[in-house]
Design a protein around this ligand. Structure first.
Ligand code: DGT
Ligand code: MG
Length: 541
């Protein structure tokens, strides 16, 4: 027996504990409790909240020539996400179409929803994924509330939302789950084990119900929720009852020699592409390996892959590895196929790490056209900086230090494959000029000046040749440093560290030239990278 199939036997049949931060033998009590939220038809809901009359009409949100999302009334009439506008109009002639090119209102709604949820979760352990998904680590709240249960009267329980204020919370029935479960169950056990994973998940299902109801009644958005022990499982089980539903993945989470765990039963039926973390290229490689055919579009499920002869971390590494793939991809994917995901909730800063605006073009090949587009992008960028970084008292909460321009040149026809072309961005960075932060000046004037004084020179350095044709322009501010002000006493080293990390990030992702110096957040002087440590000591004295 080779190493792969030994591993496969072990993971396929014996105990698997999932979602723990530590080793697979951590007892059940140590498992985290994770909630996932995904707002229903998010962009469309933003318009519905603004104009409630839209709720009963088929509504589609347009970007370029595409329906990026549509409400559920439109879906009932045969429309779906990422459909051509012309097809949508043909299928549903009375569809109401609204323009969703400007993302400001979606970003603002997303932030409002996030802040409401974060205020509810102890320790603020909430991770935001894109505009419309949240992961919540509610382990501490759940364990506290399980301890507070009265086993003789579960039906009249009180969920404590605040340890200091015993009146803060809501009444709930802890003798049954809130919402749906997988697999479907009628009732909770008559004599529940209060320390069991099942009881913790049951209590968590009521918290999830409470949060969803708050989002709906306070802000007007419905969301779909999942309840389990890891981000992977909470997200996946959440999609079972959509929209406006929630699902808890029930124990057992461990397989026995006689029976697969509910985790495996749940995952096994999924088409591999539906599993978070398995993208289309990875799914295609797996399909090809299993069917022996290039470009196979046969349905391949998690079970098919998991039980395929010889399958295991090493063979997955061979199938999925190669240039551009993450290190250890084989064991990572083997874990995913068994529902094992130990990734932590990354608590969000409510400050972005960078702000970037881009647009794509059919043809962009004259300097005048580029200049015009750069002014449009600069205007949006400065507006976004003002929305996201200026507080209610008109003070900048953070100063981006770097301005980056990226372009994607169109290769001459027939010279490159589509894939190479997709990733063919080039970029340049310069320090962001200080005048951009002048709030008293008009955005249009600032945008013109920024293009004239900084962006065009970056552009010329990127494209010294006379002739080019671009399919994309992206303008970004990066390297955000929280403003000093009242935080003067904060760790200066940390502020520099933020800048350095941001810079490393940038050069990893983009083909950037690293900056030779960073501006000190306290005195404003540009400090060469090699001298930062000494400069920190100077301020710390
Ligand atoms: P859902 O969750 O199925 O009820 O519908 P949505 O609309 O919430 O879809 P979701 O969760 O996949 O994405 C959230 C928002 O992100 C969605 O309202 C529109 C936008 N969006 C989703 N996919 C794409 C895409 O491929 N391109 C663009 N431009 N926007 C997208
Ligand atoms: Mg959604």
């Amino acid at each position: 027996m080779d190493i792969d199939s030994q591993f496969s036997t072990v993971l396929g049949r014996t105990s698997i504990f999932i979602g723990t931060r530590s080793s697979p033998n951590t007892p059940a009590m140590a498992q985290n409790i994770i909630l996932h939220l995904d707002y229903d038809c998010f962009y469309a809901s933003v318009f519905e909240v603004e104009q409630p009359a839209l709720r009963s009409l088929p509504l589609a949100v347009q970007q370029k020539q595409i329906v990026v999302t549509c409400n559920y009334e439109a879906r009932r009439r045969g429309l779906h996400k990422l459909q051509l506008i012309k097809d949508a109009k043909r299928i549903c002639p009375d569809v109401v179409i609204v323009l969703g090119e400007d993302l400001t209102k979606f970003r603002n709604a997303s932030k409002e929803l996030y802040l409401l949820v974060r205020a509810l979760v102890w320790g603020g352990r909430v991770e935001k994924l894109g505009f419309d998904e949240l992961f919540l680590d509610v382990t501490e709240m759940i364990d506290y509330n399980v301890e507070m249960l009265n086993p003789n009267d579960l039906a009249h329980s009180f969920f404590h939302l605040d340890r200091q204020d015993p009146t803060e919370g809501f009444i709930y029935d802890a003798s049954q789950f809130c919402g749906s479960t997988f697999p479907v169950t009628e009732v909770a056990p008559a004599t529940p084990d209060l320390s069991s994973l099942g009881m913790r998940l049951l209590v968590a299902s009521h918290l999830q119900g409470h949060i969803r109801s708050k989002l709906e009644h306070q802000i007007g958005f419905t969301a779909t929720g999942g309840i389990s022990t890891s981000k992977l499982l909470a997200k996946l089980v959440g999609s079972v009852h959509k929209p406006n539903g929630q699902t808890t993945l029930l124990p057992p989470y461990e397989s026995t020699p006689e029976e697969d765990s509910n985790v495996l039963k749940f995952l096994d039926e999924h088409e591999i592409r539906k599993i978070p973390g398995i993208g289309s290229r990875m799914a295609q490689k797996l399909r090809t390996h299993l069917t022996g055919k290039e470009d196979s579009d046969e349905k391949v499920t998690v079970r098919d892959v998991r039980l395929f002869p010889g399958m295991g971390p090493a063979s997955l590494e061979k199938i999925l590895g190669g240039p551009g793939s993450a290190k250890g991809i084989g064991s990572k994917m083997w874990n995913v196929l068994h529902g094992v995901d130990t990734s932590e909730i990354l608590e969000g800063r409510d400050l972005p790490t960078q702000i970037s605006i881009e647009d794509s073009y059919g043809r962009l090949d004259t300097l005048e056209a580029v200049r015009r587009e750069l002014v449009v992008l600069s205007r949006s960028l400065i507006r976004r900086m003002r929305t996201d970084l200026v507080d209610e008292t008109s003070r900048w909460r953070a100063h981006p230090r770097t301005l980056r321009l990226s372009t994607r040149p169109r290769p001459p026809p027939g010279s490159e494959t589509g894939r190479t072309y997709q990733s063919n961005r080039i970029s340049r960075s310069v320090p962001l000029p200080g005048f951009v932060f002048h709030l008293e000046e008009h955005v249009d004037a600032l945008a013109e000046r920024l293009v004239q004084e900084s962006v065009l020179s970056m552009f010329r350095r990127l494209h010294p040749d006379k002739s080019w044709n671009l399919s994309l322009l992206n303008l970004a501010v990066t390297n955000l440093v929280e403003s000093a002000g009242e935080q003067q006493s904060r760790d200066i080293g940390k502020m520099f560290q933020q800048q350095v990390e941001a810079e490393v990030d940038v050069s990893d992702e983009w083909d950037d030239e690293p900056l030779a110096s960073l501006d000190c957040v306290l005195c404003g002087y540009p400090i060469p990278l090699f001298a930062i440590e000494a400069h920190q000591m100077y301020h710390a004295q």
